[in-house]
Design a protein around this ligand. Structure first.
Ligand SMILES: [Cu+2]
Length: 374
């Protein structure tokens, strides 16, 4: 067992401990009011008979899919607005299935002048949803990304570079093939979407992170946009019974053509499965597994030169596979002035990672979200 794995495990346990603590606190608090709320518990008590529920109550049943893009639908006529903040901490260099040191990166790649040792990414995601019918829900999503990367030179000095910008706009339709959102139970939803190249692929920062140096184009992972259109086909399965809700989803990003810098990012294949338990009407902890496979860059951006100085500028060192274990909970406000508001906190870490590196591995990630349906 390597050191990095241990570090991840310790961080994961710490996170799980904090979540459990919050969970027990909330359960204690919920016990008292729950005594007089038997009527409100009814949705959980009568699986398969949801016809008498209000729009808000129906929405409540979908409580757990908020952090999975395109994995929930709305009843006819309902609007939803949402904001999600995502943070990713990437530390430690990996090649294949194991960690390697910066010294090994330099030794194995004589052309590299720099090794990246850490990347932090913050993303602010805004989405709007509307359901023209019970079967069809439409969604549009746009995010703003901020990234910073720490570089190590062969002379053992470090510097940082920063990039930020708007991401690609994603528009998606979710069509219920089987089942009925008003009845709950098992449902199968077809996802079809399109990604538009609204994000920048020409984000720059000063060479060596030094303001007196000229600006240079940042590497592939530091560009917020893809520069190409992409198809987003997917399939979602949703199930619920009593206080339990579960689901699975696969969604693909199939990129088309080449961008103005003569390359196309690799396709992405995403799979996710989750299970949640409604402890009370307004609180549902959940667990989620998320697997992602992504390909190398096709073509090459001439801005990085014929012999790029870092792995992040090499089109053949971008692919990878990762499985994350994520733990979270949803808090839903069912009545009063805050009615329709929902909050989600989710944190996780990789349990499997195989990267065509050298490439930075993921240490941990946290997502905080808010949605409002009306
Ligand atoms: Cu929604």
């Amino acid at each position: 067992m390597n050191k990095r794995y241990c570090k991840n495990t310790v961080r994961g346990l710490r996170l799980a401990f904090v979540l459990c603590g919050l969970l027990s606190l909330s359960m204690m608090e919920s016990r008292a009011p729950a005594m007089g709320m038997d009527m409100d518990m009814a949705p959980f008590m009568k699986p398969g008979d949801l016809t008498g529920l209000s729009l808000q109550e129906l929405y409540n049943l979908d409580i757990v899919q908020m952090n999975v893009l395109g994995a929930h639908t709305h009843p006819a006529g309902e609007f939803m607005v949402g904001y999600q903040f995502m943070y990713m901490d990437m530390e430690g260099i990996r090649s294949g299935g194991h960690a390697i040191s910066p010294a090994e990166v330099f030794a194995q790649n004589p052309s590299f002048a720099f090794a990246h040792t850490r990347m932090e990414m913050e993303e602010h995601m805004f989405d709007v949803m509307y359901a023209p019918s019970d079967r069809l829900t439409l969604m549009a999503m746009l995010s703003y990304k901020q990234m910073s990367m720490v570089h190590l030179t062969r002379a053992n000095t470090t510097f940082s570079q920063h990039g930020d910008g708007i991401n690609d706009l994603q528009v998606m339709g979710m069509y219920t093939l089987l089942g009925d959102i008003r009845k709950g139970g098992n449902r199968l939803v077809l996802d079809g979407g399109m990604s538009f190249p609204t994000g920048s692929i020409d984000v720059r920062d000063h060479r060596l992170g030094d303001p007196s140096q000229p600006l240079q184009k940042l590497e592939y992972p530091m560009q917020p946009g893809s520069g190409t259109y992409a198809l987003l086909p997917g399939l979602t399965y949703l199930g619920d019974a009593g206080r339990w809700a579960w689901g699975a989803q696969t969604i693909e990003t199939i990129r088309l053509g080449r961008n103005s810098s003569s390359y196309r990012l690799g396709n992405e294949y995403l799979g996710s499965a989750w299970g949640a338990y409604g402890v009370c009407e307004w609180f549902a902890p959940y667990m989620r597994l998320e697997g992602k496979v992504w390909g190398n860059v096709h073509g090459a951006d001439p801005a990085y030169g014929a012999v790029p100085a870092t792995a992040e500028a090499r089109p053949d060192k971008q692919a990878g596979q990762r499985v994350n274990a994520l733990f979270g909970f949803d808090v839903y406000v069912p009545k009063g002035i805050m009615m329709g508001n929902r909050f989600t906190i989710e944190g996780g870490f990789p349990i499997y990672e195989h990267l065509t590196g050298p490439q930075l591995g993921l240490s941990w990630t946290i997502n905080v979200g808010w949605t409002y349906a009306f």
